[in-house]
Design a binder for this molecule. Structure first.
Ligand SMILES: [Zn+2]
Length: 119
């Protein structure tokens, strides 16, 4: 199954065409509506051991959760694509594979194999 990388909010899954604004983060996107909801959740949440979640699971039906999970999976691809962009920029700046590997907690060889696109 190929997953199309259409830009959509990582939180509510609405595509960029259905919201006013979308802001890009490292491998994630957030829409103006979720920024507002998150601000409310932050205001209302007290001290918790786990961060408050948007969308709020308790507000979703089983069907809504089921329709959301494939979209969560799409973000694995977003994150991978974003990570590649960051590494490509570091390489463009002349940063060595050794330093990139160290930053990612992998060997120079693993970093090269994963990101260089060379055989
Ligand atoms: Zn959203």
């Amino acid at each position: 199954m190929t997953v199309e990388l259409q830009i959509a909010c990582s939180f509510c899954s609405k595509p960029s065409t259905e919201v006013e604004k979308i802001v890009a983060g490292p491998g994630v996107y957030i829409c103006n509506e979720c920024v507002a909801l998150a601000a409310t959740v932050i205001e209302q949440s007290g001290e918790t051991s786990t961060p408050p979640r948007v969308p709020i699971w308790e507000s979703l039906s089983d069907e809504e959760m089921l329709s959301h999970i494939p979209r969560v999976g799409v973000h694995i691809n977003y994150a991978e694509t974003e990570l590649r962009s960051w590494v490509q920029e570091l390489r463009r700046r002349g940063v060595t594979w050794t330093r990139i590997g160290e930053a990612l907690g992998i060997t120079r060889q693993s970093a090269w194999e994963r990101f260089s696109g060379e055989e």
